[in-house]
Design a protein around this ligand. Structure first.
Ligand code: IVH
Length: 717
């Protein structure tokens, strides 16, 4: 049987780019390394200098991985201009970081009217609104630009920052000062001491076309779309360049406010307008689902005629006291929703089907497409998800397919245009072996019911170089260790050189540098090497939740890591619990099971991870290098901070969801079942076994009113 798709095709010179690394002859490898060096350099230029990438990050990574894999097989062929040597050479723009006083969050997306109806229902239920209680929700265009936070102190513009990772952005203060629509002073009589105005920096379509025409005439690179053009113009180290670019700004939200001038979303936006900002004229206040959907359709109809790109409609609960009660889940507000416009579609050719290997060894097939423009962006790759999806679609190399792209989501293959299928195509044979040099067999997971799961994994685990690299990339990623100057490209390079194979190696790099001599590598100098080591040293101390997340354990994402960190408080406590889990202690399992948000998948995954001697050794080496800060308590000044609460029975004054959100806001942990760690059980009518268990265990049982009295909220009366 054919193991790899590329092997099923002849490796003629034009097909070389599809050939398996393992099959290349030395002569072919020479040609391929040359092609990769040129291609990657071109993509670097588009990305770093033009802010106009034409391929996805994943596709770019795949090119670099291929380059590395060939170099590992043929070390003698490594070129002087190899991309693996040029790491760090790209002129990355450096801005100072600016921490957001209030995080800049993202919005939940909806793609159908049903999801919008669910949103409105959810809000009503959460707030326990009577059927006849009016609920005002605003609808406004979702601007396709880049969000920006502007801080005014005593009425004067003090700083401007991009969104960044939501917690920390780039300081672009001198650049935002050049934007005419961003006032230097708030034009109101008594502005609060601190006002943070948030909104979207964008470029008008007409200005974008003009700019591109000018760029072209001057022999300079052109931008792919208005959004890239706005981003590229704002993120200029020289603000004079920003000043020469026609950037605009719509104000639609806020961050820190020392006082709130208004009590509704609509009034706040009007207040921004009175203060001198431009606000979007299409915003409406609606009082029913039908009115929201009608506004959506109205805005969609105008979309093509607007002089700026929009990609949906944003709905926001109008009353700010209700917004506050609704609060947030993870990184998105419960009081807002982005209703996206339908995805844009296009038809193109499948040139090949590649396999990418992820951090957990999952093999993801990717269709390599003849480049096609979808919604203003050139698409060359589309995900095929897994073997079942390929079989379902029956996608073959040589097929014409319909693809769709929605926002930043990876493009997907919708269907094959069978009428256009060439005669000689073969059904795709999913690889039975990992594309890594080890060619380890691929296993399909079995589900709890004993059925074959969809995901195929490389069984090489710790030995598979792809998985090692992906683990390291995850470890240094923004939400994990976030080490400045050590990104994906550097990890690949350091890995290929054999300088880094596991996380602890990062922290011993400096001590090993007299041998490595990083400063002698192309793209590095004394200063950049010193900066890198300073950045690494700065991360020797790390918050528990980041540390747990950084380990890259399956099913342990950011939210789960945070929940675990808050529940166990310290690394030793969490580590002990996991080791006990791995050893099969029922009590450790029950304790974790009682935590809200933590289910069997997470527990099993932690047990498996800590059951492996190899993983324990990796973690042990790492904890020898870093100091892990105990988890920050959400709030320490409330009577329930740090307490574990279980809600049971029918709650009458708040929904279960609101109760949970409130408890968490006050620093309590909410658990799903009663254990000896439970401090309070809040029981409404109809409470059953949990209440009995609480009584047996001698846990304090409160009524809803007693709960309100305890936390000092006046709603009980
Ligand atoms: S409100 C708490 N309103 O969408 C969220 N966002 O997915 C506050 N965006 O990063 C955001 N138009 O860049 C809001 N009218 C609008 C928007 C808008 C575009 C962007 C914004 C944000 C992203 C969230």
């Amino acid at each position: 049987m054919t193991l790899l798709v590329f092997m099923s095709r002849a490796t003629s010179s034009q097909d070389l780019s599809q050939a398996s690394v393992a099959d290349l002859t030395e002569a072919q490898a020479t040609v391929e390394l040359k092609r990769l060096a040129t291609t990657i350099a071109e993509h670097d230029r588009r990305y770093y200098q033009d802010d106009a990438p034409t391929i996805s990050d994943a596709a770019y990574d795949a090119l670099r991985q291929r380059n590395t894999a060939i170099e590992v097989r043929f070390p003698a062929l490594i070129r002087a201009d190899s991309p693996s040597r040029k790491v760090g050479a790209a002129p990355v723009q450096k801005f100072a970081k600016l921490r957001h006083a209030v995080p800049m969050l993202s919005l939940n997306n909806a793609f159908s009217e049903g999801e919008v109806a669910d949103f409105v229902e959810r809000v009503r239920r959460f707030l326990r609104l009577a059927e006849d209680e009016p609920l005002g929700i605003t609808a406004e265009p979702k601007i396709d630009g880049l969000s920006c936070s502007l801080r005014y102190e005593r009425g004067r513009l003090a700083s401007g920052a991009t969104r960044g990772d939501g917690t920390e952005g780039e300081d672009v203060t001198p650049n935002v000062r050049t934007i005419a629509e961003i006032p230097d002073r708030l034009n109101v009589a008594h502005a609060p001491e601190i006002v943070e105005v948030r909104g979207e920096v964008y470029m008008r379509r007409s200005d974008f076309f003009d700019l591109n025409a000018r760029q072209q005439a001057a022999g300079k690179p052109v931008f792919a779309n208005p959004r890239n053009s706005a981003a590229g113009s704002l993120r200029q180290l020289d603000p004079a360049i920003t000043a020469a670019r026609p950037l605009k700004f719509f104000a639609y939200a806020w961050g820190e406010m020392s006082a709130m001038p208004e009590t509704t979303q609509t009034a706040m936006v009007q207040w921004f307008a009175s203060a001198g900002f431009t606000v979007n004229p299409l915003m409406r206040l609606c009082h029913s689902l039908d009115a929201l959907l009608a506004t959506y359709r109205e805005i969609e109809e105008q979309r093509a005629d607007l002089d700026y790109d929009i990609d949906g409609v944003v709905y926001k609960v109008d009353r700010l006291d209700w917004q506050e009660r609704l609060g947030f889940v993870s990184r998105s507000p419960r009081w807002a929703l982005a209703h996206k416009f339908p995805a844009e579609k296009a038809v193109t050719l499948v040139n090949a089907i590649d396999i990418q290997v992820g951090r957990t060894g999952a093999l993801t097939p990717v269709a390599k497409l003849a480049p096609v423009t979808v919604g203003g962006v050139v698409v060359q790759n589309a995900t095929l998800h897994n073997a079942d999806e390929i079989a379902r679609l029956d996608v073959r190399v040589g097929d014409t397919v319909e693809i769709q792209r929605a926002g930043d989501v990876i493009p997907q293959v919708l269907r094959v245009v069978i009428a256009k299928r060439p005669k000689d195509t073969q059904p795709y044979a999913f690889p039975q072996h990992c594309p890594c040099e080890l060619k380890t067999p691929v296993v399909r997971e079995t589900t709890a019911g004993g059925e074959e799961g969809a995901v195929a994994r490389c069984s090489g685990e710790f030995a598979c170089p792809y998985q090692k690299i992906e683990h390291l990339k995850h470890f240094v990623s923004r939400r994990a260790f976030d080490i400045e100057g050590l990104g994906e490209k550097q990890i690949e390079f350091f890995f290929a050189q054999g300088w880094l194979t596991e996380p602890a190696d990062i922290f011993t790099l400096e001590a090993r540098n007299p041998k490595i001599k990083l400063e002698q590598q192309e793209g590095y100098g004394e200063l950049s090497v010193r900066n890198l080591f300073t950045a690494i040293a700065a991360r020797r101390e790390i918050a528990l939740e980041r540390f747990i997340y950084a380990l890259g354990i399956r099913h342990v994402g950011e939210t789960t890591a945070r929940a675990l960190a808050r529940a166990y408080g310290s690394w030793p406590a969490f580590h002990d619990a996991c080791v006990q889990l791995a050893e099969g202690h029922a009590e450790a399992r029950a304790e974790m099971d009682a935590l809200d948000q933590i289910g069997d998948a997470v527990i099993d995954s932690l047990a498996t991870y800590f059951g492996e001697a190899h993983n324990r050794r990796i973690v042990e080496r790492l904890t020898g290098e870093v100091q892990i800060r105990d988890a920050e308590k959400v709030s320490t000044a409330t009577p329930v901070a740090g307490k574990t609460v279980v809600f049971t029975g029918t709650l009458e004054k708040m929904t279960r969801e609101e109760a949970k959100a409130m408890a968490e806001r006050l620093g309590a942990k909410v658990a799903g079942s009663v254990s000896k760690k439970t401090d309070y059980v809040v029981a409404g009518p109809g409470a059953g076994s949990k209440l009995n268990k609480a009584r047996e265990a001698g846990v304090a049982v409160l009524t809803e009113d007693e709960w309100f009295a305890l936390v000092g909220e006046g709603r009980g009366a």
